[in-house]
Design a protein around this ligand. Structure first.
Ligand SMILES: *[C@@H]1O[C@H](CO)[C@@H](O)[C@H](O)[C@H]1NC(C)=O
Ligand SMILES: *[C@@H]1O[C@H](CO)[C@@H](O)[C@H](O)[C@H]1NC(C)=O
Length: 308
């Protein structure tokens, strides 16, 4: 299982460089205001659906996404096609309540445009600039288009806005079904806590665009997690230890020298505390090396030799 996952992420990362150039969004190396995020473990094809019921219609829209790579064949479903070069697609299944007819179709939300020129202006915002109590990052990906409902036939730009919110207790995969790999389906205990990836809305915004809003709770959006992973806290510890050790030795030498100078009028080597010992260090070391060499050579004949 673990091996499989590693293999998958390896595969993903080989595709990544190309994708990053194309969409301007590299899920493994996101850098926002100096904060680094790695969402590569949230990659893979995931889907969630939302049902909207009105008096006469029942609309079930399934959103299929892969934030780390294009959807490829997952963009083709019974409901329709949306373009294999997309990252996020919507698949609408619209049925009248009286049970007659209905429509099905797919549409792109985010990803490469048909010419392959990449999604328009990916945008990244740290959530604490929106709400200071929130930790995480908002990712906006464009490149989709949607025609709206029946009486409005005009095609409008469509994009996705995903809020990756910090939750130290979640990997982000809780309650997700992965279409690629049924083995990756999470156990039920996870889903009782609620899914980590949630639909918020799909609406026409003030600037006349359709926006799919999602919320994704994961520890990979936490500042603390990223710092720990980079190992900088460990470095911090060692740096402090070496610094303190250095300061202690320096203090000892300086204070000791000052004491020797004042009390005994010492000069030169004699200034240093244990000056005579320090002076002998090269000889002691030489002696030690000799002994080690002797031992290594295993010269039994000189076994009688014993150091002072
Ligand atoms: C449900 O659909 C109606 C009509 O299309 C729309 O006005 C409404 O915002 C939708 N509700 C949700 C929660 O998406
Ligand atoms: C909506 O569609 C999905 C498949 O895309 C299906 O699994 C789900 O049961 C449907 N939900 C409803 C309420 O029809």
């Amino acid at each position: 299982m673990r091996l499989q996952t590693t293999g998958a992420s390896l595969l993903i990362s080989t595709f990544l460089s190309g994708l990053a150039a194309a969409t301007g969004f590299d899920c493994a190396h996101l850098n926002v205001d100096g904060y680094k995020y790695d969402f590569s473990s949230l990659g893979g094809v995931h889907e969630l659906y939302h049902v909207n019921e009105t008096e006469t219609w029942k609309t079930n829209t399934t959103y299929v996404m892969n934030i780390c790579n294009i959807l490829k064949k997952a963009a083709n479903r019974p409901e329709g096609k949306c373009g294999t070069s997309k990252n996020i697609c919507g698949f609408v299944d619209e049925k009248p309540k009286d049970g007659n007819g209905g429509t099905q179709f797919g549409f792109p939300i985010a990803g490469l445009d048909p010419a392959g020129a990449g999604s328009k202006d990916p945008k990244f915002t740290r959530l604490n600039t929106i709400d200071e109590n929130m930790q995480g990052v908002r990712v906006e990906l464009g490149g989709g288009e949607y025609k709206g409902d029946h009486n409005d036939a005009k095609v409008k730009d469509t994009s996705a806005q995903i809020d990756f919110q910090c939750d130290p207790d979640r990997s982000g995969l809780e309650g997700l079904s992965t279409r690629d790999d049924p083995m990756e389906r999470r156990d039920e205990s996870d889903s009782t806590r609620g899914r980590s990836l949630e639909f918020k809305s799909f609406d026409l915004t003030e600037d006349d665009k359709y926006v799919l809003k999602l919320e994704w709770k994961t520890r990979f959006a936490c500042d603390e997690y990223q710092r720990g992973k980079n190992g900088s806290s460990h470095w911090g510890f060692f740096t402090w230890m070496i610094l303190i050790l250095f300061l202690a030795i320096a203090t000892y030498l300086i204070f000791g020298s000052w004491l020797n100078y004042n009390r005994y009028g010492a000069r030169g080597w004699d200034l240093l505390p244990h000056g005579d010992t320090l002076r002998d260090v090269p000889y002691i070391f030489q002696d030690w090396v000799k002994r080690v060499l002797n031992t290594l050579q295993g010269s039994g004949s000189r076994g009688g030799y014993s150091a002072v």
